[in-house]
Design a protein around this ligand. Structure first.
Ligand code: ZN
Ligand code: ZN
Length: 300
């Protein structure tokens, strides 16, 4: 699992940084977390192809998290998308999308599905390869973070060894499940001779906008990577609290308490040109912290 940052600034675009948007890639399938204003432009710039995108998650109704959504939905239609698109977001968002499309007399070229977020936590989508759960954060208006969990795809096939042992292709699915192959002459090819252990399931949490809180810690505990907002440096902790945002130090404290492996910071206030001090403050508490850079991809 990987995450590519398309936007990591807060309310305004500033210093070349854009409002929130990121692509989580699970076995090559894309999940979009929030859709700030520049999202489709950033997707083009960084080679993110919308054909691999079927699920979009919107955390809350502050514009820096969804103003790019209708544009993206419309562009995919202009470009002849046929695959269904599933959008999960606050209930009022559905009306905004529909009204905007209706006023332009736009009929989408593809099936579009909208799922309103619940008040609390729930599983939003589950496939053979991943599961996404939403959880409430503490913000000025209702807001949700999203937990993405990848699933194991079974054991990894070693193609050269399989060819060498003359194992037919139709048996590969059974090899992935750990079965041995019995040849016609009765000889057994042990599974571990032709496979290795598959990739470990991963856990990534996008914590959206939030006051410093451990109210959702049960969802992020033990995650491989979390993205947590750090709108302010810790000198501005009072301002952060009043505005229902967090500081770098608070994000690092939560990462430590939740026992995660890696912390990604973002949602920087437009008042900061240089984001290196965010990393310095956070690393003093939680060393495995990255200050995200747009266009960069991080292993989960
Ligand atoms: Zn925001
Ligand atoms: Zn917000």
């Amino acid at each position: 699992m990987k995450v590519t940052i398309l936007g990591n600034n807060s309310a305004l675009p500033a210093f070349g940084r854009n409002p929130t948007s990121q692509i989580v890639s699970v076995y090559g399938e894309y999940l979009l977390m929030d859709c700030g204003e520049a999202t489709q432009i950033q997707m083009q710039r960084h080679g993110i192809r919308w054909r691999k995108l079927e699920h979009i998650f919107i955390s809350h109704m502050h514009g820096d998290h969804y103003f790019g959504l209708v544009g993206l939905i419309n562009s995919m239609s202009l470009l002849g998308r046929v695959a269904p698109l599933h959008v999960y977001g606050p209930a009022p968002l559905q009306g905004i999308i529909q009204t905007t499309l209706d006023l332009a007399d736009t009929e989408l070229s593809y099936p579009f599905f909208f799922y309103p977020l619940p008040e609390g936590s729930d599983v939003l989508v589950e496939t053979d390869t991943f599961k996404v759960t939403c959880f409430p954060t503490e913000h000025r208006i209702p807001c949700h973070g999203f937990l993405v969990e990848s699933k194991t795809r079974g054991r990894k096939i070693l193609p050269a060894q399989c060819r060498d042992k003359e194992i037919p292709r139709y048996f590969y699915d059974k090899l992935k499940k750990g079965e041995d192959y019995v040849r016609k002459d009765g000889k057994v090819v042990k599974n571990e001779e032709v496979t290795t252990e598959g990739p470990r399931p991963k856990k990534y949490a996008f914590c959206a906008d939030t006051l410093s809180t451990d109210s959702f810690i049960e969802y992020i505990r033990g995650a491989d990577t979390i993205y947590h907002e750090s709108t302010y440096l810790h000198a501005e902790v009072e301002k952060a609290t009043v505005r229902y945002h967090s500081t770098s130090v608070q994000a690092a404290e939560l990462a430590k308490k939740a026992g995660v492996t890696q912390l990604l910071l973002g949602h920087y206030s437009s008042k900061y040109r240089d984001v290196v001090p965010f990393r310095q403050e956070a690393r003093a508490i939680f060393p495995n912290t990255q200050t995200t850079v747009e266009g960069m991809t991080y292993d989960v």
